[in-house]
Design a protein around this ligand. Structure first.
Ligand code: BGC
Length: 417
């Protein structure tokens, strides 16, 4: 009897061990890359790791900008069940690190010399207390226009260089019976648009003061009021059905020629790429009018959590794959973003991607590279949330003047601090 018990215990033990071993080969990744372009980009990573023998498990939580994904992540971490890694923005990885939840990739980072190739602006968000807690995946920027070339030609327009020219172009589209602006009426998209409007209205120094330093005088200023006025004007060119629209559906309006232009981060280019559209021929990608020379950026990072020792190898494999020069090129070509390393050639990128890389380098050297407040790179999450809320209320008429908007914004940011 005793012998039998020992034998079955051994079998049970073995079964448990092999299940465990199977677990160790698994990479579960929480992310919000669910649009066509995003899924195609993520596939580059899945394929790379699957070839190496890792088992990929998607934990996808739809919702551009990632707010729903971050709610899901919080619940998983609170339940003591963190994924191998999670897509994150800005201060999120640092916040989890401060709470003692993050793992440590410093050994891999040292071995692979990450500190020599990752721009300092990104290291600020991936290193906590001297330890690498997140893997930089890419650099996106938000101050772009995505213009349908056929529609632009049809209405006889040209690329706008200033806000006034932009408004004149939107008027031209309207007069021609085309939807001028493809807008997704969700708080994060409206705030992403407003980042560009603030930069264009006030210039680089003003953007930094208001949106990164959260300087109260700047936030209360006439320039900020003017920015809200400009936002109201621009939003008035959207079609009546914009409320709640997903960002990729707005991009699809431009791709199909149903609308002239979308103002969005360069993840929109991932949609053009997935639809096999070519820059210069099918669409144009100038910077948001009046923001040439500055880059308002965000960067996707894979935050890695403190996990049991047997799950660490998966994190290291993910890190090594993600940081490889090959991946940084092939992934970002599809995603619409640019590499998070400075030593990746631009050869494989289209003209928008090449421009994105050159702009980033120039802005970084010239001190005009700024974090996007809407995307969590201007201030910690609570402040970004307050900002998105105020912009959303303004766009949807719950805040009725730009004076009320700046007053509400100053108060909301103050309370969120
Ligand atoms: C992320 C992008 C993503 C976009 C829309 C942004 O916050 O940085 O990677 O494509 O949201 O989902």
């Amino acid at each position: 009897m005793r012998k039998l018990f020992l034998a079955s215990a051994a079998i049970l033990g073995l079964t448990a061990l092999s299940a465990h071993a199977a677990d160790n080969k698994q990479i579960d990744m929480l992310h919000w890359w669910t649009s066509g372009g995003e899924a195609a980009a993520l596939n580059v990573l899945k394929e790379m790791l699957t070839k190496e023998g890792w088992v990929w498990k998607d934990v996808a939580v739809a919702g551009g900008g990632g707010d729903p994904a971050m709610v899901a992540l919080k619940a998983m971490v609170a339940a003591g069940n963190p994924p191998t890694a999670s897509q994150m923005l800005g201060y999120t990885a640092l916040d989890y690190a401060a709470a003692g939840k993050m793992g440590d990739l410093t050994e891999t980072a040292k071995k692979e010399g990450w500190d020599k190739v990752v721009p300092a602006a990104l290291q600020k968000f991936t290193i906590y207390d001297g330890k690498w807690v997140a893997i930089p995946v890419n650099v996106h920027s938000v101050n772009w226009l995505w213009i349908s070339k056929p529609v632009l030609d049809k209405i006889g327009g040209t690329e706008p260089k200033t806000l006034d020219e932009f408004i004149a172009l939107l008027d031209k589209a309207k007069a021609a019976g085309v939807i001028p602006l493809a807008l997704g009426g969700q708080d994060w998209q409206e705030a992403t648009l407003f980042d560009s409007v603030v930069l264009s209205t006030g210039g680089p120094e003003f953007y930094k003061k208001a949106m990164n330093d959260l300087d109260e005088d700047a936030l209360k200023s006439d320039t900020m009021k003017k920015a809200f006025d400009n936002l109201a004007k621009i939003v008035s060119y959207a079609d009546p059905n914009f409320a709640g629209r997903d960002w990729n559906l707005a991009t699809a309006m431009v791709i199909k020629g149903d609308a002239l232009v979308q103002v969005m981060g360069d993840w929109a280019k991932g949609e053009f790429h997935a639809a096999k559209k070519e820059p210069g021929k099918d669409f144009l990608c100038p910077r948001f009018p009046g923001t040439d020379g500055s880059v308002v950026y965000n960067s996707d990072v894979f935050g890695i959590f403190a996990v049991s020792a047997d799950r660490k190898a998966a994190q290291v494999a993910l890190a090594t794959a993600t940081m490889s020069k090959d991946f940084q090129s092939s992934f970002n070509v599809v995603k619409g973003s640019v590499p998070a390393r400075t030593d990746v050639p631009d050869t494989a990128f289209d003209s928008c991607g090449k421009k994105g890389m050159a702009d980033l380098k120039k802005a970084n050297e010239g001190g005009t590279l700024f974090g996007s407040l809407a995307q969590g790179y201007g201030a910690p999450p609570a402040i970004a949330t307050a900002y998105k809320d105020v912009v959303n209320k303004f766009v949807h008429g719950q805040i009725t003047s730009s004076q009320e908007a700046v007053d509400t914004l100053v108060k909301a940011i103050d309370e969120a601090k």
